[in-house]
Design a protein around this ligand. Structure first.
Ligand SMILES: Nc1ncnc2c1ncn2[C@@H]1O[C@H](COP(=O)(O)OP(=O)(O)OP(=O)(O)O)[C@@H](O)[C@H]1O
Length: 358
């Protein structure tokens, strides 16, 4: 592993705990303020290496140079992806223990700001090779744990997913912190800033924002919502817990398969459940009609209806939990299998109550 420190004779080996922590929330929610405080605290109290990448600090200057007009959303998207590419170059250097090279196609101003951002946090050093677009990593960059905090609005789930994919590609820890702050407070804080974001942008974002949703998206399970007020010690503990969990449980490629399988299972079982529910209802009412036609005594009719409805509920409950007894193969549940199984059990019950009045 070659680092700037190695050049001075130091050696750097150790557990490769690297994590990406994504901050999201409305403009003015206090993300940058929080990121600064958190990184300071983690460095001081835990001795972690921390890098904060505040997108606003790196991206706008690129536009000042390349375009005077306000960028279109599609341009922002491309720039965000380009910045993520820079991060990937840094991560590759960290993981492989080599120097960080510059990506071949890059927006000069943004790359420069990115390098300044890393240098200011003692993650890369000026090196003699700098003229050739190579940067040596510092001792901080190769020490562990290393946490990179990405500070942007990340108001769409798709924006956050790009970061998750990066974490997965390199088996890194991944977590999300959502800074919860009322629209009024964001507008008020924003209004007091020298370079305020247009208020209508904040209104629009408040309407569009997709908060982390761990129930819906398995990949977002490592997320925490915190209030944008001065951090209580309890909130601070929760944040540390989230970060430790992420660092100790790097994202694995396999998770995607599990996630996909789980999604498939839910879609499949939802469809199966719906179809099964409809069909079983029809079978029960048809069976009851036949029993009446056969003049089953009213008392038995009542018991028969109770038993059939109970059986139907049990079947649906089992299906909901993926009970394997209806599976013809290990993976797929067919409604036809469920129905024939139900018919079999239903016939047994019908037989019990089919005695006609004497
Ligand atoms: N907890 C807080 N209490 C009061 N004021 C705060 C708090 N957090 C941040 N602020 C103030 O609100 C303003 C916006 O904060 P900050 O830049 O951290 O927000 P942000 O979410 O990073 O915004 P943006 O997304 O636009 O970069 C700053 O002037 C900051 O001093």
């Amino acid at each position: 592993m070659k680092t700037a420190e190695d050049d001075r004779g130091a050696c750097s080996e150790g557990p490769r705990e690297i994590g990406l922590c994504l901050l999201c929330g409305l403009p003015g929610a206090g993300k940058s303020t929080f990121a600064r405080a958190l990184s300071h605290q983690l460095r001081l109290e835990r001795g972690w290496a921390v890098g904060v990448v505040t997108y606003d600090d790196v991206m706008p200057d690129a536009f000042l140079e390349e375009a005077s007009a306000r960028p279109l959303p599609s341009q922002w998207k491309l720039l965000r992806q380009e910045l993520l590419k820079y991060l990937e170059y840094f991560l590759m250097a960290v993981i492989n223990g080599c120097q960080m090279s510059a990506p071949p196609n890059r927006t000069a101003a943004m790359w420069e700001d990115f390098i300044i951002c890393l240098k200011n946090q003692d993650l890369v050093s000026s090196a003699s090779l700098e003229t050739q677009s190579c940067y040596l990593l510092t001792k901080t960059a190769v020490s562990r744990p290393l946490l990179l905090i990405l500070d942007d609005n990340f108001y769409y789930q798709s924006m956050r997913y790009e970061v998750y994919q990066l974490a997965r590609k390199y088996s890194l820890g991944f977590c999300q912190l959502f800074l919860d702050c009322s629209l009024e407070t964001c507008l008020q804080r924003n209004g007091q800033r020298p370079q305020a974001v247009p208020a209508e942008t904040i209104h629009l974002m408040a309407r569009k924002i997709e908060k982390p949703n761990p129930e819906k998206n398995a990949w977002e399970h490592n997320s925490l919502t915190i209030q944008s007020t001065p951090c209580s010690s309890e909130a601070s503990l929760k944040v540390t817990d989230l970060l430790l969990t992420a660092l100790e449980n790097p994202v694995k490629d396999i998770e995607d398969n599990v996630e996909q399988k789980e999604t498939d299972r839910i879609i499949c079982s939802t469809n199966v459940l719906h179809q099964a529910d409809q069909t079983l209802r029809r079978i029960v009412s048809q069976t009851m009609k036949e029993a009446k036609d056969e003049q089953v005594v009213p008392f038995n009719l009542k018991l028969l209806a109770e038993e059939l409805n109970k059986l139907k509920a049990e079947f649906l409950e089992d299906l909901r939990h993926g009970n394997k007894k209806y599976l013809c193969s290990q993976q797929t549940i067919h409604v036809s299998d469920v129905i024939s199984f139900f018919h079999y059990e239903k016939d047994n019950i019908v037989q019990k109550y089919s005695s006609k009045p004497h």
